[in-house]
Design a binder for this molecule. Structure first.
Ligand code: IMP
Ligand code: MG
Length: 182
């Protein structure tokens, strides 16, 4: 294994099971939904999760992307959410959005985006995250769909990065602290 990874937290088979579980919940919650359902992927960390999740949904969905930055470089969270790529569509009143996120930490990104998309006029906005670190929360925010709650460790893989590295690992691994304490 990559020497920068201390241990595997969630392996490939388990990730597949977690994603399947969320897909079933979403299918169930939106069965009789009359509006369009939009999966809104937050770049870049959520692309792998989103790709896997959308394949497992049996109802019609549309997809779109937003890019935000709340972290400077590495692990320092400025807490400020900057929109780098916005969502443009004229029919938001007819759209139910599920924001797809890789991990919730302070909660600031998803708290901000939820408010922002409601203000923009979306019919409804829910949030879905593969991983959740509730012990790190700085604002009162609870995601609607959660794959797995994890301890306060910096994790990478399955889309998640440290300084743009490790996104292509097929599992969620705990990053060796020696990588960021250098
Ligand atoms: P929040 O606004 O503090 O909740 O920030 C969430 C964002 O921080 C995620 O979308 C990730 O980009 C990043 N993040 C938080 N924890 C980790 C981690 O353990 N590994 C990789 N990225 C993380
Ligand atoms: Mg992210």
């Amino acid at each position: 294994m990559n020497k920068d990874i201390k241990s595997v937290l969630i392996g490939e088979a388990e990730l597949d099971r977690l994603v399947q579980q969320i897909a079933l919940q979403i299918d169930n919650d939106y069965t009789n939904n009359e509006k369009k359902l939009l999966l809104l992927c937050i770049l870049k960390g959520s692309v792998v999760f989103m790709g896997e999740l959308m394949k497992k949904l049996s109802r019609d969905v549309e997809i779109d992307f937003m890019k935000v930055s709340s972290y400077g470089s590495g692990m320092i969270n400025s807490g400020k959410v900057n929109i780098l790529l916005d969502l443009y569509r004229p029919d938001l009143a007819d759209v139910d959005i599920i924001i797809i996120e890789d991990i919730v930490d302070s909660g600031k990104t998803l708290e901000y985006l939820t408010k922002y998309l409601k203000l923009k006029g979306a019919n409804s906005v829910k949030t879905c995250t593969l991983l959740d670190k509730p012990s790190r929360r700085e604002v009162d925010f609870t995601p609607d769909y959660v794959g797995q709650v994890i301890p306060d460790e910096f994790v990478v893989g399955f889309g998640l990065d440290y300084n743009e590295k490790y996104r292509n690992l097929p599992f969620i691994g705990i990053l060796n602290p020696s990588v960021y304490s250098k």
